[in-house]
Design a protein. Sequence first.
Length: 337
Amino acid sequence: MGSLQTPLCDILKIDTPIVQAPIARATNPAMAAAVSNAGGLGMLAFLRRDADEVRRLISETHELTDRPFGGNFILRGLEDTDDRLDACLESGVDVVSFHWDEPFEYVDRIHGAGVLVTYTVGSAEDARRAVEAGVDIIVAQSWEAGGHVRGNVATMALLPMVVDAVAPVPVISAGSIADGRGMAAALMLGADGVWMGTRFVASEEATVDSSYKERIINASETDTLMSSKVFNRGWEVTARALRNSTIEKWEAAGSPEVGQRPGEGEVIAKGADGEPVERYSSIAPYSGVTGDLEGLSNWAGQGVGLIKRVQPAADIVREITEEAIAVLKKARTLIGE
Ligand SMILES: Cc1cc2nc3c(=O)[nH]c(=O)nc-3n(C[C@H](O)[C@H](O)[C@H](O)COP(=O)(O)O)c2cc1C
């Protein structure tokens, strides 16, 4: 693999500035370790994981890699974070990432454990506030992103605005980056690295049903919808998913508000734990979920159209690094003397 280094690589002690984004239950120790062993940064996701599970996931990842990796919490007032954060810091990660609500009350505790903090933002103002509160690395998530989306600004505008707002603090670009061209472009807009979710859902290691991976591979860039009104049972915020039969029925009914949607309350699947999963749930087709998987929230970003096959996570890291290097070398030839 050629070499592509940014200051973020020194800060995180990684070889290539690619972060495997936390992608809820699709993430697992095998995926995080594969990415870290390939020179990127693997991330675990602790959504709906209790403190014991946090410990187990981290310890399993340590068995698979000696390289740095991180863990992610979504702050949304629904889960107690204190215990789980303590479990995470005791078990030993290199980075703690937060999404959604501001994590500022945790920053000192995390720094005290010698660990770095990232926060995912959707605007320059949010980035500025985070840096003032001591956040070490900003993740600028554009509206093209898959899953829960913090803002509604596109990468081309968001990324340079965030970079200017917080320089010299490193910024990682998240949202629709799915190949080396996207990585090179993000670096040119001032990012220090890239944070890719949907591309890693289509990795061999991702713990999702194979039909979800196939839907990603077959989708084009026009096949996603961002809305706060569809897949929001339990959490009514904006998120981007693949268009599917649930979205079609909802749109055919005139895109009604929560409470008046067709099939509201209908159980269409079972969770891995046997729990009923209703239409409009935010549960994706993770491994072990059974039933109408197509009708569930198949989270994906607009870059989904660029994803052509399921690959080992390590190959994704290598391929994207090589592609980005080739694009950046080619760009050099455009400049005259
Ligand atoms: C299936 C899926 C699950 C996600 N779960 C989480 C999560 O648990 N925590 C989090 O901070 N972000 C989560 N995200 C958002 C990603 O971290 C990231 O911001 C996003 O995937 C980037 O856009 P992309 O999918 O176009 O690469 C999720 C995204 C997807 C696609």
